[in-house]
Design a protein around this ligand. Structure first.
Ligand SMILES: [Zn+2]
Length: 135
């Protein structure tokens, strides 16, 4: 276990430590049901439950919450017309691939499936935001 990276088994260790505390607390209570044993066993068991919950709550990889990433969307905002209509296009990096398009004229936010389409006309104000010259 020398080459195991530090912290990789932290969740497992915490869960095991929680179980050990609960088992010790239960063992002390069962073997010697005196007031002193209860005074020792009760905080031990409570601490074990807390450790167990913390260990489970750490999650399998400890990475960022994926649901928060997929529900991200840009703020709606109007952009100044710089000779032509501006727009903002953001494409998600993880599946499902979706693109958000903000119309610079009316700040309408539209989601489309997949990457940037060849052409797009704002459904809110009817402005053609771009038209690809390719094809
Ligand atoms: Zn628009």
């Amino acid at each position: 276990m020398k080459d195991a990276p530090i912290g990789s088994n932290r969740r497992l260790n915490t869960v095991i430590a929680g179980w050990v505390c609960i088992a010790l607390g239960a063992g002390v209570t069962l073997s010697n049901a005196s007031l002193f044993a209860l005074a020792v066993a009760t905080p031990l068991s409570i601490g074990g439950v807390i450790l167990l919950l913390v260990g489970i709550g750490m999650g399998p990889d400890g990475g960022p919450d994926k649901s928060g990433v997929s529900s991200w969307e840009p703020d709606s905002m109007t952009m100044p017309d710089a000779g032509r209509v501006m727009y903002r296009l953001d494409t998600t990096l993880s599946k499902p691939i979706r693109s958000s398009i903000i119309c610079g004229r009316c700040a309408h936010l539209e989601w489309v499936e997949g990457v940037k389409p060849n052409e797009f006309t704002c459904p809110s104000c009817g402005t053609e935001l771009w038209l690809s010259e390719e094809e």
